[in-house]
Design a protein around this ligand. Structure first.
Ligand SMILES: [Zn+2]
Length: 230
């Protein structure tokens, strides 16, 4: 199963911004797409194309090969979008961001902040105390900040990311069943062969026991027992 367009949209915009998304849509499902072709189709320069792709290369989400253009003597890069890798880092990336925002929320709720609006400086209580509640730049008295709006903002972003994460998890699950089925089959097969082996072993032991000659007394006793039962 291919990654859905929606998943790719979320991922690429999260990492590299909306501009790059158009590029990814162009090259996904293809291999070794010439950067000149991309530039041509997107009506941007090859340098712009490369700049976009560099953002993704940091995450190994694209790979390239280069070939020398015989006529012009320079190298042309051919790009491929690495979908499996995209899926892999998606989760990690979102989790990292969610973690960070959770910590931020916690901190914002726990701490009191003081700030100077003019110099855009912000201090927690300990730092503000160290500065005697005066701005180290302009000397004005620092104002106790009302950070409820900031917290609301972080929470909104957190919700957004959590939704994306949920979407992603579904996407991953959709990808899995095939593998799972195969794995299950394998396990079943192994169990079956083990069972068979056990059975064979039992039979072998039985046979060995049977072929072993039993003392005559035992035989007699058994026969008499059988008679009594009747
Ligand atoms: Zn100031």
């Amino acid at each position: 199963m291919k990654l859905s367009t929606k998943a790719i949209e979320i991922l690429v915009t999260e990492i590299a911004g909306k501009d790059t998304l158009a590029l990814v849509v162009l090259i996904k499902n293809k291999q070794h797409v010439s950067e000149f072709k991309i530039a041509d189709k997107m009506k941007i320069s090859v340098n712009q194309v490369r700049n976009m792709l560099y953002k993704l290369i940091d995450y190994n989400m694209v790979s390239f090969i280069r070939k020398k253009d015989k006529k012009k003597g320079w190298y042309i890069y051919y790009w491929t979008f690495n979908e499996a890798r995209a899926l892999e880092i998606f989760d990690r990336l979102l989790n990292l961001k969610i973690d960070k925002l959770n910590k931020m929320t916690e901190l914002e709720q726990k701490e009191q902040y003081y700030s100077c609006q003019e110099d855009k400086l912000r201090f927690n209580q300990v730092e503000a105390m160290e500065h005697e509640f005066k701005c180290p730049e302009c000397g004005q008295i620092l104002k106790l900040e009302d950070n409820t709006q900031m917290i609301a903002k972080i929470k909104k972003r957190l919700e957004e990311l959590t939704n994306k994460e949920e979407f992603y998890v579904q996407e991953r699950e959709k990808r899995k069943p095939k593998q799972k089925k195969e794995e299950k089959k394998k396990v079943k097969k192994e169990k079956k062969t083990k069972k068979k082996e056990k059975k064979r072993k039992k039979l072998r032991i039985k046979k060995q026991l049977k072929t072993r000659k039993k003392p005559a007394i035992f035989k007699k006793r058994r026969q008499t027992l059988k008679k009594k039962k009747r």
